[in-house]
Design a protein. Structure first.
Length: 541
């Protein structure tokens, strides 16, 4: 890799607004390939022009300073054009999941009141028929049939007819650039407000520690409505690199073949991504000569799974990372050279971020003692859209209270114990679900595991595990519980294990504990949850 730009050179090229990431790369090298989507290639000039056209379409529709533009289309040129186009129009981009399985779009539309919606044909038809787009001035339909309605137009036709020069600049760095709705893993999704300054600060920091440059080519399997996937878009366009879009991760071998064919240099995934690649693909039989790094974030990945990846996956640096939507993506990373000696750690704060650990009263506590992680930095959100109470609770005078419980070791490396809402209170004891999940993942047949607390009349709560196994493995509850008993204190051992072919996921690939809690609660209503009276549950595969 070429050396990073000097500080003076980097400062002269620094983006001030999020869409500067695209615009400045287009000015430096307009003919460089920015996007590869199947057989299509888009240069920086192409994407900059498309986003200008999208901005002009929105301005003509009456979009003004601070108006919201909802974007619910899959990763690809339509998303990129409208995402950056919204910002060029002075609006706030609101990326959300689209498609027939999205059950949260109605909530988002009601919450943020967008002036323009960009949807696929199926979603547009469904929402138009159900009255879900009432009050939206303009609906632009990307791929698919365009429903017949007064406020609905073809995105492609609208872009073609629009001017290709950028409209006058309408944004400043402290203005909202995007509202990113959380995955809803703890309940109803909330809109995290991110300014241009938040996103640009985080983009620069990530690009620096990954040493990204114009020769990098990132594989995008994470959706752009997810802040981790969105950070790939920001960082690669900021350095003039390329993005390879692959929306077919349900066929992991297709993704792996595309990585080889397109000479991908970087891959990003959440824990379930790596579980799928390790257990349901031809990964071990393939080589990737151009790959130079892999990153993992989006939730806790068990140390045993990391070891398995290091043994069976490509022999390239593996970055464990930790972050939050409220941090514009990233808060910490573990340098690959420290991975073996600090396995299980989330590393240290990224450049430009400070993390302290506090007690329940917000006082900093000593190293080695568990407490809540609190983050400070230019990348931290200003709060939640339409939710001043939650904003006041989480964004405090001492910083952003992450809700994650962890500690700092003697070398300054951070380790997570669990989430505040994910702690299971068994009598006078507290259990971090991640601790039990780590043990379950050590069992060779286990592909995925999730541990949740269910109500108990005497103890308050008890742990229950949901598990999926590798293909061909035979579900056997008692041996798995015995495996846990040999490695955990008695009160940490799950009282029941439920085997499922696959654990439910959110739209960004995280295990959906909300759904699992609802299933476990329905089961516990039939009697106190114990291995005996839950063994024959209809939810056990």
């Amino acid at each position: 890799m070429s050396p990073l730009p000097s500080p003076d050179d980097r400062a002269s090229r620094r983006a001030v607004l999020v869409h500067d990431c695209l615009r400045r790369s287009a000015q430096r090298d307009p003919d460089a390939v920015a996007l590869i989507a199947g057989s299509e290639r888009f240069t920086y000039h192409d994407l900059d022009r498309l986003s200008n056209q999208a901005a002009n379409v929105m301005v003509e529709a009456g979009v003004g300073h601070g108006d919201r533009v909802l974007i619910a289309v899959e990763n690809g040129p339509d998303f990129i054009a409208c995402y950056f186009g919204a910002m060029k129009a002075g609006a706030v981009a609101v990326p959300v999941a689209g498609g027939p399985r999205n059950d949260r779009l109605r909530h988002v539309v009601h919450d943020c009141q967008p002036k323009v919606c960009v949807l696929d044909g199926v979603t547009a038809a469904r929402e138009a028929a159900d009255g879900g787009l009432t009050g939206v001035s303009l609906v632009l339909v990307g791929r698919g049939t365009v429903p017949a309605a007064a406020n609905v137009r073809s995105l492609s036709a609208s872009l073609t007819a629009a001017a290709s020069s950028a409209p006058p600049e309408r944004a400043i760095d402290r203005q909202l650039a995007a509202i990113i709705y959380t995955s809803g893993s703890t309940g109803e999704p909330r809109g995290v407000m991110l300014t241009h300054r938040n996103i640009v600060a985080n983009t620069e920091s990530i690009a620096a520690y990954l040493q990204l440059d114009a020769r990098d080519r990132g594989m995008c399997v994470l959706p752009f409505h997810y802040v981790y996937g969105l950070s790939q878009l920001h960082t690669h366009l900021a350095v003039g690199g390329s993005l390879v879009i692959e929306n077919r991760f349900v066929f992991p071998n297709v993704v792996l073949e595309t990585m080889r064919e397109q000479r991908v240099t970087g891959f990003a995934g959440v824990p379930s991504t790596f579980a799928l690649l390790l257990h349901r693909s031809s990964l071990k039989d393939m080589t990737f000569p151009d790959l130079r790094y892999v990153t993992q974030a989006g939730g806790h990945m068990a140390p045993s799974r990391i070891r398995q990846w290091l043994d069976e996956g490509p022999k390239v640096p593996f970055y464990v990372m930790y972050g939050a939507t409220e941090a514009s993506a990233r808060l910490t990373y573990l340098p690959p050279q420290d991975l073996e000696r600090k396995l299980g750690s989330i590393g240290k704060a990224i450049p430009g971020v400070e993390i302290v650990i506090v007690d329940d009263d917000g006082r900093e506590i000593a190293d080695g003692q568990p407490g809540e992680l609190v983050a400070r930095g230019a990348n931290i959100s200003c709060g939640y859209w339409n939710d001043p109470v939650a904003s006041q609770e989480r964004f405090t005078s001492i910083g952003y209270r992450t809700g994650d419980i962890g500690y700092k070791d003697e070398d300054g490396f951070l380790f997570l114990v669990g989430r505040r809402h994910d702690m299971i209170k068994v009598g006078a004891n507290r259990i971090g679900s991640a601790e039990v999940e780590n043990v379950l993942h050590q069992q060779p047949d286990v592909v995925e595991a999730a541990v949740i607390g269910v109500p108990h009349e005497l103890l308050g709560e008890v742990p229950v595990a949901f598990v999926s196994l590798r293909p061909g493995a035979v579900p056997a509850r008692e041996p798995l519980l015995a495996f846990c008993r040999a490695r955990l204190a008695p009160y940490k051992v799950p009282v029941a294990v439920f085997f499922r072919p696959e654990l439910p996921k959110t739209s960004v690939g995280k295990i959906d504990k909300v759904t699992l809690r609802a299933l476990a609660l329905r089961m516990s209503l039939q009697g106190q949850p114990t291995a005996d009276n839950l063994a024959d549950s209809p939810y056990q595969a």
